[in-house]
Design a protein around this ligand. Structure first.
Ligand SMILES: [Zn+2]
Length: 184
């Protein structure tokens, strides 16, 4: 396995790792002299965090510059972009979590609403059924973009990516990479 694969497993795929596998991973990390923060990443993915701990990590993310516009005017938060696209009998729908500044998040939801309103309907039956639901879900997510605290989408994102966040060890560039990379 390459170092990149080891890092990916340690930071993203270590949930519920059997103890003997975790031991192998640990010895590989040591042998290859990879950052020991990776080990904390493995532990983090198998830890149940209290809400206030997650909120603290989320707060670190909130102080980063916006991964979309690069500005630092507002604290970052999360939203879910819901889109539907149809073509006669094919309908595709997606749900993508995003972390950015509230202004960018609003724009992302608005774009998803316009493109779904334009392209969602043209599928029978799913386009017709899903389009209004997904538009409604964007509106609902959008309401939470300007919350003063880390909203539930950002907290869920933080919990989901906790291994990578801890392995980033407070380095802004690495944390920004996490915000920019999409992984579901
Ligand atoms: Zn922004």
């Amino acid at each position: 396995m390459s170092d990149t694969e080891i890092i990916r497993i340690a930071t993203q795929d270590a949930v519920g790792l059997r103890p003997e596998v975790a031991d192998i991973l640990r010895s590989e990390i040591n042998k290859r002299k990879l950052s020991t923060k990776l080990l904390e990443g493995v532990v983090a993915q198998n830890t149940t965090y209290e809400l206030d701990e997650l909120t603290q990590y989320a707060e670190t993310l909130r102080n980063l510059p916006c991964p979309n516009c690069g500005l630092k005017n507002d604290k970052l938060n999360g939203t879910v972009i819901h889109t539907v696209k149809s073509f006669v009998i094919f309908t595709t729908s997606e749900r993508r979590p995003k972390v950015a500044c509230p202004t960018c998040l609003d724009k992302m939801n608005e774009n998803a609403i316009s493109s779904t309103a334009l392209l969602g309907w043209w599928g029978i039956p799913w386009g017709l059924i899903k389009t209004p639901i997904y538009i409604y879900r964007n509106l609902k997510s959008k309401k939470e973009n300007k919350e003063q605290q880390a909203n539930k989408t950002l907290l869920a994102f933080t919990a989901h990516r906790i291994g990578e966040i801890i392995a980033a060890n407070g380095e802004n560039e690495k944390l920004l990479e996490i915000l920019k990379s999409e992984k579901y």
